[in-house]
Design a binder for this molecule. Structure first.
Ligand code: ZN
Length: 224
């Protein structure tokens, strides 16, 4: 079947992806808190209401990726994440944190404003698993958070990289920002994703990156 991929973007800063599956449309990531109305409106333009979604897969538990997932869950949409990330999402394990003192301060402010998550439950995904009867395969990408995931479609060469690879003026690079919990693991995961040699990288933030853009970045990563 054709597996349509659409990017729903908020000014290229925050991306949500929509993939078609035999079980219905599936969202990958869910933007930030307060963006539910924007998301519903964006979906409506594509002829979709939230209740039609077969699921929302979150690439990792950061506020700008899970922001509307709880609201979607209230519409009956199941939330999916890599098994490693679920205890953190359910509040059974501590937040993986942001780097350094500034990162800790940011996390404190974030938790002050948005409180603790209250997911009704999160469905578990495993590395290597194909999702919803499609060719999209789950790839574990620990580092940015312990349970970060990417989705790769071998048939089309599309990679949804979450926050493991981000756009740097049209070139993908490993996300070594202070929001990354474990930079060394992140580099390994970023290299692993590059080694899949995707035709297109669709990051959680920024524009889609075509094949030719990343050869240089791949070389740089190898030299780290
Ligand atoms: Zn993140």
């Amino acid at each position: 079947m054709t597996q349509i991929l659409k990017r729903i973007t908020w000014f290229n800063q925050i991306n949500v992806y929509l993939i078609s599956t035999p079980q219905g449309p599936v969202l990958v990531d869910s933007a930030a808190p307060g963006m539910f109305r924007w998301l519903v409106k964006s979906l409506r333009k594509l002829g979709i209401v939230p209740e039609q979604l077969a699921g929302v897969i979150v690439t990792h538990f950061h506020i700008d990726h899970v922001g509307t997932a709880m609201a979607l869950q209230k519409c009956g949409v199941p939330v999916y994440a890599l098994s490693t990330e679920i205890p953190i999402m359910m509040g059974d394990a501590p937040h993986s944190g942001y780097g350094g003192t500034v990162g800790n301060l940011l996390l404190m402010v974030e938790q002050l404003f948005f409180g603790k998550p209250s997911f009704l439950g999160v469905q578990s995904l495993s590395a290597g698993q194909k999702i919803f009867g499609t060719d999209w395969r789950v790839v574990a990408a620990p580092g940015h958070t312990p349970g970060s995931l990417a989705l790769y479609n071998e048939n089309t060469g599309d990679l949804l990289s979450g926050d493991t690879l981000v756009s740097d003026f049209g070139c993908p690079r490993a996300n070594l920002s202070l929001f990354t919990a474990d930079r060394q693991r992140l580099v390994e995961s970023a290299l692993n994703l590059m080694n899949l040699e995707p035709k297109y990288i669709h990051p959680g933030h920024g524009k889609t990156l075509p094949l030719l853009a990343y050869a240089k970045a791949q070389q740089q990563l190898r030299n780290l």
